[in-house]
Design a protein around this ligand. Structure first.
Ligand code: SAH
Length: 348
């Protein structure tokens, strides 16, 4: 038996070809595409103008990815929502919806688990299981928009997983999300965060997309980065920063650097000085994140005062710095914690 086609991962042209292969008229592709990517139908049954005979054919030949919502925690402080979704193979992923002045932002996962091993991150503790398909990444947004009834305006690929380790599916996902025949999100409203897979940063730059690339830097020297991020064994900090410069030159999009502040580890004067000197003449943005402690590791977050002091020191070098607003503090905070808690509970 041949494998079923993942219909929600097909672009419009591929969908037309598939529909023609089924012996159907081309205009059915337009209807189906609209049901999937504009009306965000959860199954074939919702598709009113699609004949039963076609729905039956599709049921046999195509898989319709619709994530099952298993949990939704809503913060009483700021309305942040943490969703836990079940995939068709029984794996779980989590996504977050945040409310900002500029709109609704959704943070999506790109893999089930992660193999990057960053020391402070909960997503990597159980390793990597598999890549998410374009439709599984997309449906995190569709499910949330449908469930919340609010239009998603911004998407950040900063949930579980390393997006550049799932490169082809990431590109397909972005193409579908920004398709004018679909949700038509602006590329400028999408941010992809990477721990720094150098060859893929060059590949992404050559796609000439207008998305924002965020590099998880977290340290001011190779030696310090190595203590936090195993990926630094493979790519030296200077190679990564060169790749980021290339991304900016090639796309004109200002780089964003994420820096999670860990008390006593990377929040000292010398760290600020090294960073400041390095970035002082660059057109970039540094986003400081007070580290969200996870119970499996003993990293402590820098105090509020230390975070502000670090920001001031960087600003003296003329750098654009923001402090990430802590959202949803009253619900399972850090990346991967909701999924882990669920797995722990179902194993005990
Ligand atoms: N793999 C990608 C995207 C996922 S993580 C990456 O590494 O960028 C999104 C961001 O959250 C990264 O900057 C990551 O380093 C950071 N992060 C992960 N766990 C964290 C924690 N416990 N506290 C603060 N930041 C964390």
């Amino acid at each position: 038996m041949s494998e079923k086609v993942d219909i929600k991962s097909l672009n419009f042209k591929e969908l037309e070809n598939f529909i023609e292969e089924l012996g159907e008229k081309k205009f059915r592709a337009k209807q189906l595409y609209e049901w999937m990517h504009v009306h965000l139908a959860r199954d074939y049954d919702e598709m009113k103008n699609i004949p039963k005979s076609l729905k039956e054919k599709l049921g046999e030949s195509a898989e319709y990815v619709s994530l099952k919502q298993r949990d939704c925690q809503i913060s009483k402080e700021d309305g942040t929502r943490k969703y836990l979704f079940e995939l068709s193979d029984g794996n779980f992923v989590e996504s977050v919806m945040m409310r900002y002045e500029h709109g609704i932002s959704v943070c999506v996962s790109s893999q089930v688990g992660c193999k990057m091993g960053c020391r402070f991150c909960a997503s990597t503790l159980d390793g990597w299981l598999r890549n998410l398909t374009p439709s599984e990444i997309l449906d995190q947004i569709y499910s949330i928009q449908k469930h919340s009834g609010e239009r998603v305006s911004h998407v950040v690929v900063m949930g579980t997983g390393e997006p550049l380790d799932n490169f082809d599916n990431l590109l397909k996902f972005i193409a579908l999300l920004t398709d004018e025949k679909g949700l038509n999100l602006s590329q400028r409203n999408i941010t992809v965060s990477t721990c720094g897979i150098v060859p893929r940063i060059y590949d992404l730059a050559k796609e000439h997309l207008q998305i924002t690339l965020a590099l998880s830097l977290h340290a001011s020297s190779q030696e310090k980065r190595l203590a936090l991020m195993p990926i630094a064994n493979k790519y030296d900090i200077h190679e990564v920063l060169d790749a980021c410069d290339f991304y900016f030159k090639e796309t004109g999009r200002r780089m964003s650097y994420e820096y999670s502040l860990i008390a006593g580890q990377n929040d000292r004067d010398e760290d600020a000085k090294e960073l400041g000197e390095f970035f002082s003449h660059k057109n970039c943005h540094i986003n400081l994140i007070p580290v969200n402690p996870i119970k499996e590791r003993d990293y402590k977050s820098s105090s509020k005062e230390a975070v502000f002091a670090f920001k001031n020191k960087l600003e003296k070098y003329g750098i654009n710095v923001t402090i990430r607003r802590e959202m949803g503090r009253d619900i399972d905070g850090a990346c991967g914690q909701l999924r882990r808690r669920h797995m722990e509970e179902s194993h005990s």
